[in-house]
Write a protein that binds this ligand. Sequence first.
Ligand code: PLP
Length: 402
Amino acid sequence: MYRTRSVGHIKGYNMDSEQYFMNTYHRLPVRFVRGEGACLFDDTGKRHIDFTSGIGVNSLGHGHPALVKAVSEQAARLMHTGNYFQSDTAEKFAARLVALCAGARMQKVFLANSGAEANECAIKIARKYSFMKYGAGRHTIVTLQGSFHGRTLTTLAATGQDKFHPGDFNPFTGGFVHIPPNDADALDRALDGSVCALLMEAVQGESGVRPLDAGFVAAAAKICAERDILLMFDEVQTGAGRTGSFLTCSLYGVAPDVVTLAKGLAGGVPIGAALAGEKAAGVLGMGDHGSTFGGNPLAAAAGLAVLETVDNSAFLMEVVRKGEKIRSIIRSWNNPHVKDIRGKGLMTGVDIEAEAWGVLERALEKGVLLLSAGANTLRFLPPLIISDAEIEEGLEIVKTLV
Ligand code: PLP
């Protein structure tokens, strides 16, 4: 295992990463100082091919001219005013975002700063929707085992993985049940009269890049519609073009009631969004929810630059093609140590025999950045603008490590 390296050699600095930060992250021994497209450069000048995009955030890569221009111009003009006031940039962004999600019949959006916050908003919408219509007691939210929905106490409770529920943080928010993915009967059994919503990722990212079965999603959508249970998709990782569709739930042909987005939506500036369709768009009223930073002009300008780039069918088709290319190259290795290859668009999971973290550390030494998704799964979330040449170069290195 690596330890973080002292930065004493950098002029003006004399500290170690572990000295001042709380010990929450296992930081790898590299310090990036610059990025360009799908590459990052560390403080020794070494170039790394980025298959991580900051865990699915740098959708347009590093230093994308349109994003840099939008953020710098907005920073110079007006960075923040607070949600007491109107903002031309935030209005443009919200209008474009809702329009882009019109295929999924979204009508309104609440802007926040992160995926967890977007999901908190979705959870509040679901509970209030049900409370207004049916009164108290119908507040349970069903989520899937293996899901990941965030790190607040409520979104951890929503997360369907026991490792995220240690006793140290008790009590977690109540009112969540976790069912196995792709099991419509289990969903049916979970509906005991106390359920107001189903929240799920179309492709489970953190737990291994596992797309849901189309049959299950269709059955779940039908059950939810029949029983007036809100169908909510957590598209924090899968959304904003990552899978080659702006929303991945659209690939399943279902119309959700609520969709959450974050990560890649503003290409690196913190953002979160909870969108709602006809049933849920009017649920939250004055004072029901809020956020100091949520959708501020800086984040909105970044988001708008991302939407202007991603809202383009040729761009999205390229995402699909490049994702297929990654998976077909890995398949072509015919490596018996590769156990499974899954994914959609530029979201790929590869099960390997070895420990993923070890491969990730060796890849770093060779100038390739990878993610893991569980002990034996490598996860590839490259910037959506990655080139064919970068894919080939990066995978040629990964090939030698698995
Ligand atoms: N939902 C999903 C599907 C995620 O992948 C993540 C983060 O990895 C979150 C929610 C939480 O997002 P954030 O870390 O921005 O709060």
